[in-house]
Design a protein around this ligand. Structure first.
Ligand SMILES: Nc1nc2c(ncn2[C@@H]2O[C@H](COP(=O)(O)OP(=O)(O)OP(=O)(O)O)[C@@H](O)[C@H]2O)c(=O)[nH]1
Ligand SMILES: [Mg+2]
Ligand SMILES: [Zn+2]
Length: 326
């Protein structure tokens, strides 16, 4: 009897999975059944080929996952990765990002309890960068700490210039958050996800491509998710992923949504209505907390904690609630 071997899926292409053994050796394996349910990041048990049966192994078992980050579109489920410690949602000055798609990715991460950091790349493209930075005000601004904790932004938002020698203003902070964790790099096409991987791991030599500024979109250069080690002994890995356009949230119930939007959830607990949808109920405290006004200097991230809900975030909640109820 051949013995089951432990391994981790580091890349997949259709029914071909690249499985990495603890000693770092890699080989192609196929899933045993008809369905291929394994995803990058999965820990698996696999069997080497029998003598004379080629050199591809077979995946026998997927070890129970800590988490699975995925999107659920109308017709299909698209798994990005399993067993990750955090998601870096990378955006850029160009192409112009969709706040709705950003919010959706954040909701999907919260639903799985996966911490998120947001990166805004291409600081050198100054005017579009300033506009994009402003559009992220609701994510950057400080929320008062709860239970004695210090005030903190809704999400950390880092300024980056990933093709520059120093990596941009907040690159040192990015390096710090990557240490000791497995980070899925997620975002639209053309924002610089693969550029980041190449910068961190020069051996990776991942293909990158210039965006089309005419179409305001990337070229979808990366087509599969890949797990790269930065420091294997410390468990530090970064995962490159294909750019996404639409982030479906069909797997989230409308009543679950508020829990996945922390700036809204912090008010929802005070709502006196049992089963309040926070959409139309008169006297709902969530609706009362929506702030139409920006901060004193017009920038919501003015360094002063704001407890109110940014109007743009509440509008996203309303739109998503309606969509998921449909
Ligand atoms: N101006 C500027 N361009 C950058 C910066 N970082 C990356 N780029 C460029 O942006 C383009 C897209 O980069 P990629 O790394 O291929 O983007 P990606 O997110 O991997 O895109 P997909 O694989 O299509 O999802 C390339 O031409 C990069 O050279 C930056 O800081 N400033
Ligand atoms: Mg790429
Ligand atoms: Zn309410």
């Amino acid at each position: 009897m051949m013995e089951l071997q432990p391994g981790r899926i580091v890349n997949s292409h259709g029914r071909h999975y690249v499985v990495e053994s603890p000693d770092g050796t890699r080989r192609i394996c196929h899933p045993r059944g008809k369905k291929s349910q394994a995803v990058v990041g999965d820990e698996v048990l696999w069997l080497p080929p029998r003598p004379g049966q080629g050199d591809e192994g077979s995946i026998e078992k997927i070890v129970e996952r800590r988490n699975l980050f995925y999107r659920q579109d109308e017709i299909r489920t698209k798994a990005f990765a399993a067993n990750i410690d955090q998601v870096l949602v990378l955006l850029a000055a160009e192409p112009v990002f969709s706040e709705s798609q950003l919010a959706r990715a954040l909701v999907a991460a919260e639903a799985q309890g996966i911490p998120v950091i947001i990166g805004l790349n291409k600081e050198d493209v100054t005017v579009p960068f300033a506009q994009a930075w402003q559009r992220l005000a609701a994510y950057r601004r400080l929320l008062p700490g709860q239970d004695g904790a210090a005030a903190a932004p809704l999400y950390p938002v880092l300024r980056l210039q990933l093709d520059a020698p120093d990596g941009g203003t907040d690159f040192p902070q990015l390096r710090q958050t990557l240490a000791g964790r497995a980070t899925l790099v997620l975002g639209p096409s053309g924002v610089g996800k693969s550029t980041l991987i190449n910068r961190l791991i020069p051996d990776a030599a991942v293909q990158t491509a210039a965006i089309s500024t005419v179409l305001n979109s990337g070229k979808h250069t990366t087509t599969t998710t890949t797990w790269y080690w930065l420091a294997r002994e410390q468990g530090c890995a970064v995962l490159d992923s294909p750019g996404f356009q639409e982030f479906g949230l069909r797997h989230i119930a409308p009543t679950e949504l508020v829990r996945c939007m922390p700036d809204i959830a912090r008010h929802a607990t005070g709502c006196r209505f049992y089963n309040c949808t926070h959409i139309h109920e008169p006297g709902c405290v969530v609706r009362a907390a929506v702030e139409e006004e920006a901060g004193p200097d017009g920038d919501e991230a003015d360094g002063v904690p704001h407890d109110g809900i940014a109007a743009s975030r509440y509008a996203l909640y309303q739109a998503l609630f309606a969509e998921l109820s449909g």
